[in-house]
Structures are given as structure tokens and as C-alpha cells.
Design a binder for this molecule. Sequence first.
Ligand code: SAJ
Length: 427
Amino acid sequence: MSFNTISVVGLGYIGLPTAAMFASKEKKVIGIDVNQHAVDAINAGKIHIVEPELDVMVKRAVDEGFLRATTSPEPADAFLIAVPTPFLPIKDQDSIPEPDLSYIKSAAKAVAKVLKKGDLVILESTSPVGTTEQMSAWLAEERSDLSFPQTHGEDSDIRIAHCPERVLPGHVVRELVENDRVIGGMTNKCSQASIEVYKTFVEGDCVVTNARTAEMAKLTENSSRDVSIAFANELSIICDKLDIDVWELINLANLHPRVNILQPGPGVGGHCIAVDPWFIISKTPNESRLIHTARQVNDHKPQWVIEKVKLAVAEFLSKNQNKTIKDVTVACFGLAFKPDIDDLRESPALYITKELAKLNFAKLLAVEPNIVKLPESLNSTLVLSSSDLAISDADILVMLVDHKKFKCLDKNVINNKIIIDTKGLWA
Ligand code: SAJ
């Protein structure tokens, strides 16, 4: 087998770094995306997402002629599909979110047009169990002239595998190389072909399993983290009631050699941990009781923080009887979905800040040192402020994200403020 031309379908947070990585090893890479703006940016040697070191890699790959982007598929030897798998809109608050596989279906239909005997198709998108087999069925529907593993096993013309991405945003370039990969071929030949492709740049182990187990492995990793964070978030609510410092408590418990509790926060954000457990729950709702409860605990945490702020406002007004809510200034520290990134999507900190903005305070200041300008959609709701200004102006300080820049704030200057600290920085 030789995979000289590799096509990556979906040039987002996973697809683009993966494409650049193959190109850095002098593979001919064709990137496919429906977003013309992304395609144009990449062909100009630029990137449309934020990820350390990626800009340099993409520029070099394009300049040296190894990476090219386009909106319509072209023949290649291996196709990696890295498109989003979001939820379908939920019917009501109590219903279980169902995965939206339409991006995978469109990608499969597009790739099917250019498939030839001997090609390999790898699904990288995080997917509910059974999606790789479904993708193979969609490909077979389009190409009755080719044979696929579900009908022809090891003798199939086309090889199919699921190899989930596992990289941490902000560390993608290093983790793509160093992390071990789970390789879930529909047959052993499918797995071996996938290993050959990934070994172009992966220095970690490539561990073989079947497609369904590979799908479940990825969902399990993120659900495990979600359940662990839910435990920490639940502890924080219990400790608040019992007047115990949860940060001290967790430090003490973690001194035990077999205990490793994660950190509570304002809720769980991002596009993975708060999403992927639902892919297990929606397939097996009666069996996934712990995973479901963890989701509910984490999803409830932002609301709990908002209630704490409302209590703090009531406390402030009872001490300052000449004032009303229209005289109160609140400052929220952090808008991103986790520390030291500028990504505001699916962020509990942003949700809390936007909800607080509806309460008609004198001012609601948002401090986010990792962005210079708020997205246009937020301009009418939030005012971006510096830490110093927010601390001097605000009556109530709400710590939402433990950015490095907040860790060095002088604790003495906040002594006379009412503080809600969801990350234990000012505790
Ligand atoms: N969080 C806490 N407490 C903690 C750790 C995290 O509240 O102790 C919160 C964060 O603030 C954030 C959310 O959880 O809101 C998720 O952040 P994260 O750093 O745990 O994870 P992601 O979403 O950036 O990336 C995860 C990673 N999965 C695991 O660590 C198991 C990454 O390796 C995956 O590739 C990625 O999901 C993905 O794409 O699925």
C-alpha cells in the first residue's frame, strides 16, 4: 500500500492541523471544505482558526506546494473525514439531545464521487457507536461498482476505519504527534492501512481495535472527564452549604495516593466534553444513568453561579440601604470556555456573564485578557474592561476562568469587595 495523496475533508480545529502535519512530511495533501473563506485563507498560506504554531506550519505547507485547499473533492489514496458532529435542536428542556450526522453524510456522498479501488476512508469525527458502519453504507449506496467491508470483509475494494482525534485545543500540534491513536478498522486490513497513514507523523502507539470500540473509546474518554468534573462541581455545591473551602478539601483528599479529584468551575464548556456524553446517553438512555446525571450536574452549575451572584447582590443592597440594583456594578473575570485560550464558544463563563447582563446593574464589566475585541454579537450586551478598572469600579467580583493573568492579581486590592470565586483563585 502506498498513500501518496491524502485528502482531509473538513478543515477546522482537527482537520487543518492534521492536513498540515501530513504536508510537513511531504505528502501531497488536498484539503476539502465547504467554507470558501477557509479555503481561500488556507490557499493564501493563512489560517482561519486560533491554534499555536499552526500558522507557521500551514504557511510552509502551502508555500512548498504540499497543501492545497478546495471546495470540491478530488481523487486521493486516503480520505480523512473531520467534520462536526453537533446535536439536532432539542424539542424541550427535558429531552435528550440527538446527534446530527448530516455533515458526515454529506462528506461521505462527496468523497464517494472520486473513490477508486484500493482507497482508504477514515472517519475522525467524534461519533455515536455505529456511525462508521453507517458511513460505509452511505458510500456503498453511492458506488455500487465498488465493494465495501460490510459485504466483502477483507476482500473489499475500499478500506474503512474510525480513528478518533484526541488532541487538546491549544496543544494540538504537539499532541497530534505524541498521543497514542486508537485505530478501529472495519477489518484488520482496514486497520493496517490506517496505521500506515498515521505513522507518517504519529510517534505515539497506534493501537488496533474494531470501529465500534474505537467510537466508544472516544466517547468514554470525554464522558469519564465529564463525570469526574461533575463530582468536583457537586462537591463545590455541598461545601458551599457546609461552609467548607472546597479547594482545600480537594487538595487534602488528593494527598491520598489513589484519589485524584478534578477542579470545580462555573460549568463545563467547549465542543467535546459537554457534547460527547450525549452520544452515549441517546443510544442507551436506560443504561447511562451516571453519565446522564453528570451531564445534568455540570449543566446546572452556571445557573447555580447566577443564583450566588443574585444572593451577593441582595447582601450588598441590605448593607447599602440607600442603593438599588441600578447602583450596583458587577465585574466578571473570564469569558473563555477554559483557561488561557480565546475561544468563547459553548462557554459557561460567557453564558453566566450574558445572563447577569440582563439584570440591569449600573454596569456589568467583562474582563477577558485573551481577546482584544468582543465579537460583534456581544457588543451591545457586554463592556470589555481591564482587570484594574474592573476591580476598582465593581462592588461584586465574579471569578469565572482561572487564566494565568488572573493568578497574579494582588489579593489586597480586592479585600473590601464581595467575591464569588468559582475557580478558587481568591479563596
Ligand atoms: N474543566 C473543569 N474542571 C477540570 C477540567 C476541565 O471544570 O478540572 C472544564 C474546562 O474549564 C472546560 C471543560 O471542562 O470548560 C472542558 O475542558 P477540557 O480541558 O477538559 O477539555 P477540552 O474540551 O478542551 O478537550 C477534551 C479533551 N479530552 C480529554 O481530556 C478526555 C481532549 O483530549 C479531546 O481531544 C477533546 O476534548 C475533543 O476534541 O474531544
